[in-house]
Design a protein around this ligand. Structure first.
Ligand SMILES: Nc1ncnc2c1ncn2[C@@H]1O[C@H](COP(=O)(O)OP(=O)(O)OP(=O)(O)O)[C@@H](O)[C@H]1O
Ligand SMILES: [Mg+2]
Length: 501
């Protein structure tokens, strides 16, 4: 398979000093990084848009710009190399003529946020480089470089290679800098654990080491504190054990010199034998079993996380103006979604009343507490360990929203609404539909939440309805784009919410 026949004897990829041992890694100077990315461009052009975590699907890729390139392991005669790349992907919009100037920003708020300064989303790639790929790694193939510094080399998804995965963990065991990369740890990480890449399709890539740790490699990266590291660290410092505490992480300095870092990966304890709430809910539905005990426990876990976040990080009070802005944002998203998914159009007036009701409330005048929240809470973001205890994972928020927005304090009811929608989803995905099952779970979840938090989310029905509506609108847009078969699920909620239920 490999076109290993190369005229080069030593790959230009290696820029460490001649005295450097194979274990020494280095950042590539900009000119080398450009040559390298140029050499990889034809392969990435084909491979990158096919990755589940590639967020710019449907918009043609027009170019790759290196942001940083670091050799985590220089390639040797006998072994693989590991190349860490941050690459900015230039794209143009899906329809319409190509822009005269290289595209600055594709459609979409998230892209706009990340691209504001740079003109495209920045992705983290960990590329393995070998002369030839062993059969066990065949499925990881990205391609054979035909030109440039990697000419004649086989390039592959390095995270599939247990040897390279182990090397990454080894880097995380000690704090220190490596070119633009900075490794930190808050606990002891054992050596020699074998890593396996989780094959579930996700927005990021996760490696499990010896069933003891999980390393989440963030794929689309942004300058600024990343909530998937920031919030679990804050919760750990607050003594909240509902979230696996980060053990080690790595970041890159923002090459634009903003002083911010780009969070690249977080290592956390792996909850062995755990099952996620979505699987458990579906299993309960399939067996006709009650799930209210679990729902109540989940409500309690959510409340504990909220209490700890409110104690650990700044809170604010949203006044009338901010509440109005919140409602306006929701109404704008509704209008945009109805334009894109016309089936939503007849429900717009009814749904708008949910947002209008927010601004007219007494609470809006008095002020409404807001704090850091999970931001994308649903059953799939919860794990139950074999001892029956629930944990919450994945604090990156809604990946489609700009990082600054995801980090903004919000009413905690937002998370509650997300989970309530999730019970609805589970019940709707079961044949026959079980609205009674969902209603019982939703009530039990709020009860559990109230017991731990001291406030029942149902005490603010307007706020809850507005957030549920906003979420259902998002779901309609998502399903219409990605899973049209599922569109009836959020549309059922849309009908209910438009009626003011
Ligand atoms: N600490 C953990 N212990 C056990 N399994 C975990 C842990 N953290 C994550 N997982 C598993 O890894 C999967 C992916 O994790 P996570 O949700 O953080 O990744 P993601 O790429 O952000 O996913 P998504 O696309 O759903 O946003 C989870 O669904 C869960 O099954
Ligand atoms: Mg996620």
């Amino acid at each position: 398979m490999s076109k290993a026949a190369s005229t080069r004897t030593t790959p230009c990829l290696v820029t460490a000093s001649p005295a450097a041992s194979p274990a020494v890694s280095s950042a590539l100077p900009p000119a080398d990084a450009r040559a390298l990315v140029g050499s990889l461009a034809p392969l990435l052009h084909d491979w990158l848009p096919r990755q589940r975590w590639f967020a710019g699907k449907g918009r043609p890729v027009t170019g790759f710009v290196p942001v940083a390139a670091t050799e985590l392991l220089p390639m040797t005669a006998g072994g693989p190399g590991l190349l860490h790349l941050l690459v900015r992907v230039e794209q143009r919009s899906a329809s319409g003529p190509p822009p005269a100037i290289p595209s600055s920003s594709p459609s979409g708020a998230a892209s706009a946020a990340s691209a504001a300064a740079s003109g495209g989303d920045c992705y983290q790639l960990l590329l393995g480089v070998r002369k030839a790929l062993p059969p066990a790694l065949a499925s990881a193939l990205i391609g054979h470089a035909a030109q440039g510094p990697l000419a004649g080399r086989t390039v592959y998804e390095g995270l599939h290679d247990p040897r390279l995965a182990e090397l990454l963990l080894e880097r995380l065991r000690a704090s220190g800098a490596l070119g633009p990369l900075r490794f930190d740890h808050a606990g002891t990480v054992p050596a020699g654990l074998t890593g396996r890449l989780l094959d579930a399709e996700q927005s990021n890539s996760s490696l499990v080491y010896g069933d003891a740790y999980i390393l989440k490699i963030l794929r689309r990266v942004f300058p600024g504190p990343h909530p998937d590291l920031e919030l679990p660290l804050a919760l750990a410092a607050e003594g909240c054990d509902r979230v696996p505490a980060p053990v080690a992480w790595f970041e890159a300095a923002d090459p634009s010199g903003s002083g911010d870092s780009l969070t690249l990966g977080v290592l956390q304890p792996y909850l062995r034998g755990s099952q996620d709430g979505w699987q458990l809910a579906l299993a309960a539905l399939a067996r006709g079993r009650d799930f209210t005990k679990e729902a109540r426990a989940l409500g309690r876990a959510t409340a504990e996380v909220h209490l700890a976040l409110a104690a650990a990080l700044p809170t604010v009070t949203l006044g009338r103006r901010q509440t109005a802005q919140l409602a306006e944002g929701m109404a704008e998203r509704l209008e945009a979604a109805a334009q894109a998914v016309p089936v939503l159009m007849p429900y717009v007036p009814g749904l708008r009343t949910a947002f209008d009701a927010l601004t007219g409330l007494d609470e809006a005048a008095r002020g409404r507490p807001a704090q850091r929240v999970h931001g994308d809470l649903h059953l799939g973001q919860t794990l139950r360990t074999p001892d029956g205890r629930w944990s919450v994972i994945d604090f990156e928020g809604e990946p489609a929203r700009p990082l600054a927005e995801r980090r903004r304090p919000q009413p905690p009811v937002r998370d509650v609404a997300g989970m309530l929608r999730s019970f609805d989803y589970a019940a709707r995905s079961h044949e026959p539909w079980r609205p009674d099952w969902a209603a019982r779970c939703r009530a039990a979840y709020c009860e559990g939440y109230a017991l731990a938090a001291g406030t029942d989310p149902r005490a603010e029905p307007e706020l809850l309805r507005a957030y549920e509506t906003d979420k259902a609108v998002y779901e309609v847009l998502y399903e219409a784009r990605h899973r049209p078969d599922w569109l009836p699920v959020p549309m059922a909620a849309i009908r209910r919410l438009a009626d003011g239920a």
